[in-house]
Design a protein around this ligand. Sequence first.
Ligand code: SAH
Length: 231
Amino acid sequence: MSNLLPEMTDLWLKTINWQPNDLQKSQFQQVYEQVIKGNSQFNLTRITEPIEFWEKHLWDSLQPIVPLLSLAKPQIIDIGTGAGFPGLPMAIALPDSTVTLVDSTRKKIAFLDTLLAELSIPNALTLTSRAETLAKLPQYSNAYDVATVRAVGSAAICAEYALPLIKPGGIAVLYRGNWTEVEQEALISAISPMNGKIDSIDSFTTPLSHSVRHCIYLKKLITSTPNQARV
Ligand code: SAH
């Protein structure tokens, strides 16, 4: 039997002013067990120790949850979800949301399909696709309230994947480690033609290993419709 994840109730509260209920705690544990079980077959993650899994996969995924708690039934898309991060913890923590877990690698999605069939997480669904392909399909473009992207490429690339999929007024959350002026300039150049702007940048360290993190919140601007254009 695999190890138990730490509960960290106080640390959740202290760091992000949120804490999982009993159901959510048991779902986190089940996700952990499934990932460890699936690891040999699907090569999902190097992070396997319970404490590290809690910090790098659960806490890290949910750090930006507070601004999302106020959204009513948000439609969320997690681009390049891999073994389900950050989308799966989001789906567990936000049961009123619908989370679409997207990855271009079929075997990652096959793992998630097995996991979702075994766990009761009715608000998560999967899609095998490249993000740039989805953007060309009307049912997915401009369709989401929130897009999340962790560890998929440069911030500029992540933004190029995320912005077309969110609604005007929607939020893209880019999960980053270190953050530099150069990356910020490249990001701004990439998003300006796509009606995107940096809404805020959150800089913090993870609570146990004190690793540097930056969360970049992008907003897609609401533009006037063509018939409102002024002469
Ligand atoms: N977000 C996860 C996994 C990161 S690894 C985490 O943070 O743990 C990057 C994942 O992105 C891989 O599973 C890869 O298959 C996927 N990926 C890379 N380019 C993609 C694209 N253009 N569209 C969708 N998924 C992509």
